[in-house]
Design a protein around this ligand. Structure first.
Ligand SMILES: *Cc1c(COP(=O)(O)O)cnc(C)c1O
Length: 222
Protein backbone atom coordinates (compact mmCIF):
# COMPACT_ATOMS: atom_id res chain seq x y z
CA UNK A 1 0.00 0.00 0.00
CA UNK A 2 1.20 3.50 -0.71
CA UNK A 3 0.84 6.20 1.89
CA UNK A 4 -1.34 9.11 1.11
CA UNK A 5 -0.62 12.67 2.08
CA UNK A 6 -4.29 13.32 2.69
CA UNK A 7 -4.54 10.51 5.22
CA UNK A 8 -3.42 10.86 8.80
CA UNK A 9 -0.83 8.73 10.55
CA UNK A 10 -3.67 7.17 12.52
CA UNK A 11 -5.60 6.28 9.35
CA UNK A 12 -2.52 4.78 7.72
CA UNK A 13 -1.71 2.78 10.81
CA UNK A 14 -5.21 1.42 11.31
CA UNK A 15 -5.53 0.49 7.65
CA UNK A 16 -2.26 -1.44 7.72
CA UNK A 17 -3.12 -3.14 11.01
CA UNK A 18 -6.43 -4.32 9.59
CA UNK A 19 -4.66 -5.87 6.64
CA UNK A 20 -2.20 -7.87 8.77
CA UNK A 21 -2.93 -11.47 9.79
CA UNK A 22 -3.17 -11.97 13.57
CA UNK A 23 0.20 -13.72 13.87
CA UNK A 24 2.11 -10.86 12.23
CA UNK A 25 3.58 -8.16 14.49
CA UNK A 26 3.87 -4.60 13.22
CA UNK A 27 6.97 -2.55 13.95
CA UNK A 28 6.24 1.11 13.16
CA UNK A 29 9.49 2.42 11.71
CA UNK A 30 9.75 5.99 12.93
CA UNK A 31 13.33 6.91 12.03
CA UNK A 32 13.84 10.62 11.19
CA UNK A 33 10.26 11.43 12.32
CA UNK A 34 9.54 13.82 15.20
CA UNK A 35 8.16 12.63 18.54
CA UNK A 36 4.84 14.34 17.73
CA UNK A 37 4.38 11.94 14.79
CA UNK A 38 5.24 8.94 16.95
CA UNK A 39 2.76 10.13 19.56
CA UNK A 40 -0.01 10.10 16.96
CA UNK A 41 0.73 6.44 16.31
CA UNK A 42 0.98 5.80 20.06
CA UNK A 43 -2.42 7.35 20.60
CA UNK A 44 -3.83 5.09 17.90
CA UNK A 45 -2.60 2.12 19.94
CA UNK A 46 0.84 1.41 18.47
CA UNK A 47 3.38 0.26 21.09
CA UNK A 48 6.28 -1.08 18.99
CA UNK A 49 8.57 1.41 17.28
CA UNK A 50 11.65 0.76 15.15
CA UNK A 51 14.61 3.11 14.83
CA UNK A 52 17.89 2.73 12.99
CA UNK A 53 20.13 5.10 14.97
CA UNK A 54 20.91 4.42 18.62
CA UNK A 55 21.19 8.08 19.62
CA UNK A 56 17.88 9.01 18.01
CA UNK A 57 16.14 6.02 19.58
CA UNK A 58 17.53 6.89 23.02
CA UNK A 59 16.33 10.49 22.76
CA UNK A 60 12.84 9.35 21.77
CA UNK A 61 12.80 6.71 24.51
CA UNK A 62 13.52 9.41 27.09
CA UNK A 63 10.70 11.63 25.87
CA UNK A 64 7.97 9.05 25.33
CA UNK A 65 5.72 6.81 27.48
CA UNK A 66 7.48 3.88 29.07
CA UNK A 67 5.17 1.13 27.82
CA UNK A 68 6.74 1.34 24.36
CA UNK A 69 8.88 -1.49 22.97
CA UNK A 70 11.89 -0.07 21.15
CA UNK A 71 13.38 -2.10 18.32
CA UNK A 72 16.78 -1.33 16.82
CA UNK A 73 16.47 -2.16 13.13
CA UNK A 74 19.63 -0.55 11.77
CA UNK A 75 23.24 -1.57 11.62
CA UNK A 76 24.68 -1.46 15.14
CA UNK A 77 28.07 -0.03 16.02
CA UNK A 78 29.66 -1.98 18.85
CA UNK A 79 30.72 1.11 20.79
CA UNK A 80 27.12 2.40 20.99
CA UNK A 81 25.42 -0.71 22.33
CA UNK A 82 25.77 0.57 25.91
CA UNK A 83 23.39 3.47 25.26
CA UNK A 84 20.44 1.25 24.34
CA UNK A 85 21.20 -1.74 26.56
CA UNK A 86 19.05 -0.47 29.47
CA UNK A 87 15.83 -0.38 27.45
CA UNK A 88 15.96 -1.90 23.94
CA UNK A 89 13.42 -4.72 23.41
CA UNK A 90 14.74 -6.35 20.26
CA UNK A 91 17.84 -5.81 18.12
CA UNK A 92 17.10 -6.89 14.52
CA UNK A 93 20.37 -6.40 12.71
CA UNK A 94 22.95 -8.53 14.53
CA UNK A 95 25.46 -9.92 12.08
CA UNK A 96 28.58 -10.86 14.02
CA UNK A 97 29.65 -12.79 17.08
CA UNK A 98 31.69 -9.80 18.18
CA UNK A 99 28.54 -7.66 18.28
CA UNK A 100 26.64 -10.37 20.17
CA UNK A 101 29.43 -10.50 22.74
CA UNK A 102 29.18 -6.75 23.28
CA UNK A 103 25.39 -6.88 23.58
CA UNK A 104 25.79 -9.71 26.09
CA UNK A 105 28.29 -7.70 28.10
CA UNK A 106 26.06 -4.62 28.24
CA UNK A 107 22.95 -6.71 28.98
CA UNK A 108 24.77 -8.29 31.92
CA UNK A 109 25.68 -4.84 33.27
CA UNK A 110 22.00 -3.95 33.16
CA UNK A 111 20.94 -7.26 34.63
CA UNK A 112 18.91 -8.07 31.53
CA UNK A 113 18.58 -10.66 28.79
CA UNK A 114 18.34 -8.88 25.44
CA UNK A 115 16.49 -10.49 22.54
CA UNK A 116 18.27 -10.39 19.19
CA UNK A 117 17.63 -11.39 15.59
CA UNK A 118 20.48 -12.47 13.36
CA UNK A 119 20.49 -10.65 10.05
CA UNK A 120 20.84 -12.87 7.00
CA UNK A 121 22.09 -11.57 3.69
CA UNK A 122 19.46 -12.49 1.09
CA UNK A 123 19.68 -9.59 -1.36
CA UNK A 124 21.76 -9.36 -4.51
CA UNK A 125 23.28 -6.05 -3.45
CA UNK A 126 26.74 -6.33 -1.96
CA UNK A 127 26.16 -3.42 0.37
CA UNK A 128 23.49 -4.95 2.55
CA UNK A 129 24.70 -6.35 5.84
CA UNK A 130 24.14 -9.87 7.03
CA UNK A 131 25.44 -13.38 7.48
CA UNK A 132 25.31 -16.13 4.90
CA UNK A 133 24.08 -19.59 5.86
CA UNK A 134 27.56 -20.98 6.53
CA UNK A 135 28.39 -18.07 8.80
CA UNK A 136 25.09 -18.54 10.63
CA UNK A 137 25.89 -22.19 11.31
CA UNK A 138 29.39 -21.33 12.46
CA UNK A 139 28.10 -18.64 14.82
CA UNK A 140 25.38 -20.78 16.37
CA UNK A 141 27.73 -23.70 16.90
CA UNK A 142 30.59 -21.74 18.43
CA UNK A 143 31.51 -22.22 22.09
CA UNK A 144 31.64 -18.46 22.51
CA UNK A 145 28.00 -18.19 21.45
CA UNK A 146 26.91 -20.98 23.76
CA UNK A 147 28.39 -19.10 26.71
CA UNK A 148 26.48 -15.87 26.13
CA UNK A 149 23.75 -16.05 28.73
CA UNK A 150 22.48 -12.48 28.60
CA UNK A 151 21.39 -12.50 24.98
CA UNK A 152 18.73 -14.64 23.36
CA UNK A 153 18.56 -15.18 19.62
CA UNK A 154 14.83 -15.30 18.92
CA UNK A 155 14.92 -15.48 15.13
CA UNK A 156 16.15 -14.02 11.87
CA UNK A 157 15.86 -10.79 9.90
CA UNK A 158 16.45 -10.02 6.24
CA UNK A 159 16.01 -7.40 3.56
CA UNK A 160 15.20 -8.19 -0.05
CA UNK A 161 16.85 -6.57 -3.03
CA UNK A 162 15.50 -3.12 -3.94
CA UNK A 163 13.91 -4.11 -7.25
CA UNK A 164 10.65 -4.00 -9.17
CA UNK A 165 10.87 -7.73 -9.74
CA UNK A 166 8.30 -9.42 -7.52
CA UNK A 167 9.63 -12.85 -8.44
CA UNK A 168 13.12 -11.85 -7.32
CA UNK A 169 11.84 -10.54 -3.99
CA UNK A 170 9.69 -13.62 -3.49
CA UNK A 171 12.66 -15.89 -4.16
CA UNK A 172 14.74 -14.06 -1.56
CA UNK A 173 12.01 -14.12 1.09
CA UNK A 174 11.38 -17.82 0.43
CA UNK A 175 15.09 -18.47 0.83
CA UNK A 176 15.11 -16.74 4.22
CA UNK A 177 11.99 -18.66 5.31
CA UNK A 178 13.69 -21.95 4.40
CA UNK A 179 16.74 -21.05 6.50
CA UNK A 180 14.46 -19.98 9.36
CA UNK A 181 12.54 -23.27 9.29
CA UNK A 182 15.75 -25.29 9.24
CA UNK A 183 17.24 -23.55 12.26
CA UNK A 184 13.95 -23.43 14.13
CA UNK A 185 14.12 -27.21 14.46
CA UNK A 186 17.36 -27.00 16.43
CA UNK A 187 16.69 -23.74 18.26
CA UNK A 188 13.47 -23.72 20.23
CA UNK A 189 13.88 -19.99 20.90
CA UNK A 190 13.56 -19.16 17.18
CA UNK A 191 10.13 -17.55 16.92
CA UNK A 192 10.46 -14.37 14.91
CA UNK A 193 11.06 -13.96 11.19
CA UNK A 194 11.43 -10.22 10.55
CA UNK A 195 10.99 -9.47 6.86
CA UNK A 196 8.95 -6.98 4.86
CA UNK A 197 8.88 -3.17 4.60
CA UNK A 198 6.35 -0.72 3.09
CA UNK A 199 6.99 -1.83 -0.47
CA UNK A 200 7.10 -5.58 0.02
CA UNK A 201 5.41 -6.56 3.27
CA UNK A 202 2.43 -8.30 1.69
CA UNK A 203 4.78 -10.51 -0.26
CA UNK A 204 6.86 -11.10 2.88
CA UNK A 205 3.76 -12.23 4.77
CA UNK A 206 2.84 -14.62 1.96
CA UNK A 207 6.34 -16.05 2.35
CA UNK A 208 5.98 -16.57 6.10
CA UNK A 209 7.05 -13.34 7.79
CA UNK A 210 5.96 -12.96 11.41
CA UNK A 211 7.15 -9.37 11.86
CA UNK A 212 6.98 -6.49 9.38
CA UNK A 213 8.91 -3.22 9.66
CA UNK A 214 6.82 -0.46 8.10
CA UNK A 215 7.83 3.20 7.96
CA UNK A 216 6.81 5.36 5.02
CA UNK A 217 3.36 3.78 4.57
CA UNK A 218 2.55 4.93 8.11
CA UNK A 219 4.49 8.17 8.62
CA UNK A 220 4.94 9.34 5.02
CA UNK A 221 8.10 9.64 2.99
CA UNK A 222 11.43 10.58 4.50
C1 LIG B 1 13.79 2.22 7.06
C2 LIG B 1 13.70 0.75 7.27
C3 LIG B 1 12.47 0.07 7.16
C4 LIG B 1 11.17 0.75 6.78
O1 LIG B 1 11.20 1.15 5.45
P1 LIG B 1 9.88 1.73 4.72
O2 LIG B 1 10.15 1.48 3.30
O3 LIG B 1 9.82 3.16 5.07
O4 LIG B 1 8.74 0.97 5.25
C5 LIG B 1 12.45 -1.29 7.42
N1 LIG B 1 13.57 -1.96 7.76
C6 LIG B 1 14.76 -1.35 7.87
C7 LIG B 1 15.95 -2.16 8.25
C8 LIG B 1 14.87 0.01 7.62
O5 LIG B 1 16.07 0.61 7.73
Amino acid sequence: MNYSKTMSIQDNLLQIKQSLPAQVTLVAVSKTKPVSDLMQAYEAGQRIFGENKIQEMTEKYEQMPKDIEWHMIGHVQTNKVKFMAPFVSLIHGVDSLKLLEEINKQALKNNRIIDCLLQIHIAEEETKFGLNEAELIELLQSETFKNLHNIKVVGLMGMATFTESQSQIRKEFQHLKTIFDTFKIQNSSFKILSMGMSGDYQLAIECGSTMVRIGSSIFGGR
